[in-house]
Design a protein around this ligand. Structure first.
Ligand code: SF4
Length: 353
């Protein structure tokens, strides 16, 4: 390789730029809707109006796959009508919905199934209604602390340059004695959030993984070094920090892969980052429906989804998932737990699931 190539900086993952933008007309009655409309005009995007996101049927594209790719670059600006929050165990009491959908192309992502045939990205402009609902959920549980997870249906950090909603949410939670926020991201675009008045009520988590997983299964997301650099900035801004190692994937050389991950985290993080640090671990799982969808959307994927090699774990409403067999799950959990405590003795491991 030439020295010129070697000395070139690694290109940075750019922020999300939609190809198509739709507005539900009511969204323009809200300041956030108007602000996004102005932004879309300034950027020169093709703007469409739609009575409801359900009416968006004819996205361009010859094949289903083309349509899927375009949908991932389509932004729909609308109103969140359901203000009943889903539960979000084990990481929080409730999922708080500020956006749905994601521009990333992680092969294993569960949004493949939950968002069905409409994987476009929706941002909600009635943020005051959403915060009002959160306030009621907090009041119901007082004096207990209520935790909200903002990344159950999206990656909100990757959309912050468009909506600004995450900062509002962080600052709202900063003022709540009994409310806490958490979210996870694979994006490094944290600048707009660094000066938010978080009051340490928000745990900012980054999703990290062994090189093999990031390289093979996470196209369209920020690279590992970008996420870690961003984690350092977030820690310096005083946020409690966390890492989610997910999905943990059994692959050839996994021990080296996960040991190196912890080693790299340890070497890259500033001392502030280790003061109040949490880890969450989630092993890879899939359903039969997910497997069918993933094989269609990412036909060349190396993601192992062989039911014979897995254990079936029954879930709610009789719907189960395939997880690793007990001996593999235990090996993964024990090995990674040991590496975490070796490198970060003060860190708290919240769960392995
Ligand atoms: S970044 Fe997260 S939400 Fe987006 S595709 Fe990847 S796993 Fe799914």
């Amino acid at each position: 390789m030439s020295t010129e190539l070697l000395s070139r900086p690694v290109p940075s993952t750019t922020v999300f730029v939609p190809e198509l933008v739709y507005f539900e007309p009511d969204s323009l009655n809200y300041p956030k809707g108007q602000q996004i409309y102005k932004w879309a005009q300034q950027e020169g995007f093709e703007i469409h109006m739609t009575t409801s996101h359900n009416q968006i049927r004819d996205l361009p594209g010859e094949t289903e796959l083309d349509k899927y790719r375009i949908a991932k670059r389509t932004l729909v600006v609308g109103i969140r009508k359901t203000l009943k929050f889903e539960t979000s165990k084990p990481s929080a009491e409730y999922a708080i919905p500020i956006a749905t959908g994601c521009m990333g192309h992680c092969h294993y992502c569960y949004l493949q199934t939950t968002m069905g045939a409409k994987p476009y990205i929706r941002v909600y402009v009635n943020i005051d209604d959403i915060l009002g609902a959160a306030q009621r959920y907090i009041a119901e549980r007082e004096p207990e602390i209520t935790r909200f997870e903002a990344a159950c249906t999206s990656d909100p950090v990757g959309l912050e340059h468009i909506s600004g909603s995450l900062k509002q949410l962080i600052e709202f939670m900063g003022e709540q004695e009994h409310g806490r926020l958490r979210f996870v991201t694979k994006y490094h675009h944290v600048e707009p959030l660094l000066d938010a008045k978080h009051n340490k009520h928000t745990r900012f988590r980054f999703s990290v993984n062994a090189d093999y997983v990031i390289k093979n299964f996470e196209p369209g997301t920020s690279r590992f070094h970008e996420r870690i650099e961003a984690a350092g900035k977030v820690a310096k801004a005083g946020y409690p920090l966390g890492f989610i190692i997910a999905p943990i994937i059994w692959h050839e050389g996994w021990e080296d892969g996960y040991a190196t991950l912890l080693e790299k985290l340890h070497n890259a993080l500033p001392p502030e980052a280790t003061q109040d640090l949490t880890f969450e671990m989630i092993q890879h799982r899939f359903t039969k429906t997910a497997k069918n969808i993933i094989e269609k959307r990412y036909p060349k994927t190396k993601l192992e989804m062989d039911e014979e090699k897995r254990k079936y774990k029954w879930g709610k409403y009789g719907k189960g998932k395939y997880v690793y067999k007990d001996d593999q799950a235990t090996a993964l959990r024990e090995f990674i737990t040991e590496r975490i405590f070796e490198k970060f003795p003060q860190a708290k491991i919240e769960y392995f699931t």
